[in-house]
Ligand binder design. Structure first.
Ligand code: FAD
Ligand code: SF4
Ligand code: SF4
Length: 673
């Protein structure tokens, strides 16, 4: 008979503040399978773990149950302790009497104590029937994938590549750079965004270990930590990138042909681009693409067709982009597949760094979204950037005149029950930055900033904010309720000044909305491909907010940057480097452990009915011929131990190790006793 040791944790007052720990311990001691029951203030502390280890070493116990907090964070700690004392680490079970008990029943200590006893008895019932299991190991593919080429993806890719690993960097746009490439200067140091980002982008482009895949997207991810197979779609660029020199001649002629109808995404729609275009001047790689959806096939020269012959001149009517290209990189008569091409790559770990988008102003009807003089903060970045549509001059979009009064509105769509309840974290700071840069350049500019409150909690951020006040920028506490459009595209600001406790109204030439940061539209597709989950605020969910901030519930998949939550560049880069470090761990180890808590088919019991095969959500089951008859077989690397097949098999041929029938029935019996 198994000798179960039970260890009940106070968890400070987390458990003991509600549950009568001594009563639970005494209850455990009386259970027939239990040989010893102890308690400790913090079971996970050195002294707590030592209690367990000593009982194992002395041969007192051969099964261990800890009644404490969550197995999600603490099971590995206790398993390691059990193993270090010489016991198979799978002869360990945990009862979660904190998250599932004391925390949910703080007002009902008596019943919480009773529930703790039941949870504990159930864990003891299972533990006494546990069997030793062995970890299995598989080799790791020595390569990493980074998805998203903003500053987060760039930083992770460079770290991994510098460690010597082949690193694929997949970016959906024609160039890497992300939103940082669109910024003018960056708080709190006001250094030029392009000046600090461009060298990193060039490093990525030249790094011998980085395989850069821009204008590409991840379609499918299969496999598991150490051995992922990823399908990457290279979108159709309609231009031969091997020949394209990035001169931009095609883009120049195309924008004339398309007559300003296609908004340039990089300039946030403030200027046009052609259907043939280069993403931005410092693009890496600097290659042109043709956006076929917007191509008007000038002179009737369609893709996949030879040019028509002009009746007038008798000469072929070649599209201007093809005619303009000095490198012969455009050949429209070629048969292009509009879907592009699929490439399959194999990697050991994956960093997701797909960033964010800023909310469109169209959602805020009360803030005159149709006025050209109401712009988002990202549009203002483009207006004041030297590479922007006005060459860095502050102008009103409606008439290209310099405004006299500019108004900033904070928290547009953030901290708002109607849109996003979370704080977008960077808006207060970037608005202050924009106001400071404008005041330095245009001292006579009248700047009004409306905040609910200012959040400046970073290194040297508060000093940066205080400096803005000293520069003569008007900082007002209170919300902007509405904007009215006046003649000549001026705007009336209707706001509330909380300090004076009065409503205020004034005219402004330009209004800047700090619209919320949110996940991009494409985030759901990537979540489906990878198995990533979303958290309440709709960003990708990390494994644990404190202890696993870059890990995810999918082993081998890590998060970096704003896709995990809004953050500024310093925090983005720190997280990206952290993600690279943990993503490198399986690569450095060379082998990864396969959890033995997975299902196995007993071939002699399998009738070959095949019911389990389509039910497995991970496609882990296939048929194998045994003595001319098909039998189900489970791929241990693909099985996630969900147990669906186990419950479905009519022949009871499948067992889920660690959750065998007698173990589960013992748990149920204890819970329902
Ligand atoms: C107006 C404004 C001003 C700011 N100013 C500052 C400042 O001065 N200082 C500061 O510290 N921070 C500032 N920030 C914050 C800064 O922009 C972010 O911290 C930073 O850009 C986050 O980088 P990222 O790589 O996580 O995301 P992103 O920059 O969004 O990069 C993500 C990349 O992933 C790509 N991608 C997305 N989905 C996919 C997919 N499915 N497959 C492949 N690729 C994909 C995107 O195209 C993009 O290139 C500002 C933000 C705004 C809105
Ligand atoms: S044919 Fe060439 S130049 Fe004309 S719209 Fe299309 S890409 Fe632009
Ligand atoms: S004209 Fe030719 S070489 Fe120049 S950017 Fe366009 S495709 Fe590339």
């Amino acid at each position: 008979m198994a000798k179960v040791g039970v260890y009940v944790c106070h968890c400070g007052t987390n458990i003991a503040g509600v549950i009568d720990v001594e009563a639970v311990r005494a209850f455990a001691e009386a259970l027939p399978e239990v040989v010893v029951a102890r308690k400790d203030l913090f079971m996970c502390s050195d002294s707590g773990q030592e209690l367990v280890k000593q009982d194992i070493r002395e041969g007192l116990v051969d099964r261990v149950v800890v009644a404490a907090c969550t197995p999600r964070t603490h099971e590995p700690i206790f398993r390691a302790a059990v193993e270090s004392a010489g016991l198979n680490k799978y002869l360990f079970e945990m009862a979660n009497i904190r998250d599932q008990d004391s925390w949910v029943h703080p007002d009902n200590p008596e019943q919480a104590t009773e529930k703790a006893m039941k949870l504990l008895a159930s864990a003891v019932g299972k533990a006494s029937r546990l069997k030793p299991l062995e970890d299995k190991y598989v080799d790791v593919t020595q390569a990493a994938l980074v998805i998203g080429g903003g500053v987060a993806g760039i930083s992770s890719a460079l770290e991994l590549a510098n460690m010597g690993y082949t690193t694929y960097l997949v970016e959906k746009e024609p160039s890497i750079g992300g939103i940082m490439a669109q910024l003018d200067k960056t708080f709190p140091t006001n250094d030029c965004s392009a000046c600090i980002l461009t060298p990193l982008m060039v490093d990525v482009g030249n790094h011998p270990n980085i395989k850069l895949m821009t204008y590409s997207e991840v379609e499918e991810v299969e496999g598991f930590i150490g051995n992922f197979t990823v399908k990457v779609r290279h979108k159709q660029s309609y231009i031969d990138w091997k020949k394209c020199t990035g001169c931009g001649d095609c883009a120049e002629v195309c924008v004339e042909q398309t007559k300003g109808r296609i908004p340039d995404e990089f300039n946030q729609g403030l200027s046009p681009r052609g259907a043939a275009y280069i993403h931005f001047p410092q693009a890496v790689p600097k290659k042109a693409v043709v956006d076929a959806a917007n191509c008007i096939s000038c002179k009737g020269h369609k893709f996949g067709q030879e040019p028509k012959i002009s009746k007038k001149t008798g000469k072929p009517m070649i599209a201007p982009c093809q005619e303009a290209c000095p490198a012969d990189a455009i050949d429209r008569s070629q048969q292009f597949d509009p879907n592009g091409t699929i490439e399959e790559i194999k990697v050991g770990s994956i960093v997701v760094a797909t960033g964010y988008q800023v909310m469109d102003k169209k959602w805020f009807k009360e803030l005159a979204p149709d006025s050209p003089n109401v712009v988002t903060a990202l549009q203002l970045e483009r207006i004041i950037s030297a590479t922007g549509p006005s060459g860095g001059k502050l102008v009103r979009p409606s008439d290209q005149q310099k405004p006299k009064t500019i108004t900033f509105v904070s928290c547009v769509g953030s901290r708002d029950e109607n849109f996003h309840t979370y704080c977008s974290r960077v808006c207060c700071m970037y608005m202050i930055k924009q106001a400071r840069l404008l005041k330095e350049k245009y001292p006579d500019l009248n700047i009004n900033m409306h905040f609910i409150d200012v959040r400046a909690a970073g290194k040297e951020y508060d000093e940066y904010y205080t400096g803005a006040r000293k520069m003569g920028i008007n900082i007002l506490k209170g919300k902007v309720g509405g904007l009215e459009v006046l003649p000549e595209d001026r705007l009336r600001v209707l706001a509330y000044d909380m300090e004076g406790a009065v409503p205020i109204e004034y005219e402004s030439d330009l209004v800047v909305l700090a619209t919320a940061i949110e996940l991009p539209e494409t985030a759901k597709k990537l979540a489906q491909a990878t198995g990533l989950q979303f958290c309440g605020s709709h960003f990708y969910r990390e494994l644990h907010p404190k202890l696993g901030p870059v890990e995810t519930s999918v082993r081998g998949l890590f998060l970096a940057g704003c896709c995990q939550g809004p953050k500024d560049i310093p925090d983005t880069v720190s997280q990206a480097k952290g993600a690279a470090a943990v993503a490198a761990v399986p690569l450095a180890q060379g082998k990864v452990k396969i959890d033995p808590i997975i299902s196995e088919v007993h071939a002699e019991k399998c009738s070959g009915c095949g019911i389990c095969i389509p039910l497995c959500p991970y496609d882990a089951i296939t048929f194998r011929m045994v003595a001319d008859r098909p039998r189900a077989e489970i791929d241990m690397t693909a099985c996630k131990g969900c147990g669906v097949c186990t419950t479905a098999c009519p022949s009871a041929a499948i067992i889920l190790h660690g959750y065998e029938e007698d173990q589960i029935y013992a748990q149920i019996a204890a819970l329902t006793a």
